[in-house]
Design a protein around this ligand. Structure first.
Ligand SMILES: [Zn+2]
Ligand SMILES: [Zn+2]
Length: 164
């Protein structure tokens, strides 16, 4: 995504109305690597501009996507995510299936290609690789939970043995 000032000029040139609400959304997205949902942008924007609506956030995101300044992503987390980094050649994603956290993966996967049989009918524009797995924080949380559960089971067993 371009700088906030450049975005304002681009939107004006396209005849979009420039409002404090939209500028606020531009600022939130600038250098944002969290792959936010429309709702999380809305929550952050409301802290700065109280009069913003979720509808304005969606409309602005659609406009940004249509001029190629944000990349809408469907990563299987239940809600569309928006990425101001629109490089689809060397920029891919790793998604935690527990908490939905999305991380950027910077690598080129030139080996990924359509099977020959499909090639005449389909023109590939971009290849997006999505790695699905569990992030380190969620791995840690599940280890802690397992340890706690096994301690409790242990205690319960000991109690039963005493009673028995
Ligand atoms: Zn996670
Ligand atoms: Zn990304």
């Amino acid at each position: 995504m371009r700088t906030v000032d450049e975005m304002v000029d681009l939107f004006k040139a396209r005849g979009y109305r420039m409002t404090p609400q939209r500028q606020c959304i531009f600022r939130i997205l600038q250098d944002n690597t969290s792959h936010p949902t429309a709702e999380s942008i809305y929550r952050a924007a409301r802290k700065q501009v109280e009069t913003i609506s979720l509808q304005t956030v969606y409309r602005t995101l659609n406009e940004l996507a249509s001029v190629g300044e944000v990349l809408p992503l469907e990563l299987g987390t239940g809600m569309a995510r928006f990425d101001p980094n629109t490089d689809q050649e060397t920029h891919h994603h790793a998604v935690c299936s527990v908490c939905g956290k999305v991380r950027d993966v910077f690598a080129e996967y030139q080996g990924v290609a359509l099977p020959d049989a499909l090639r005449p009918d389909f023109d590939v524009v971009a290849v997006q690789v999505v790695f699905k797995g569990v992030c380190s924080a969620c791995q840690e949380a599940s280890r802690t939970l397992r340890a706690m559960t096994s301690r409790q089971e242990h205690k319960a067993k000991a109690k039963m043995e005493v009673v028995g």
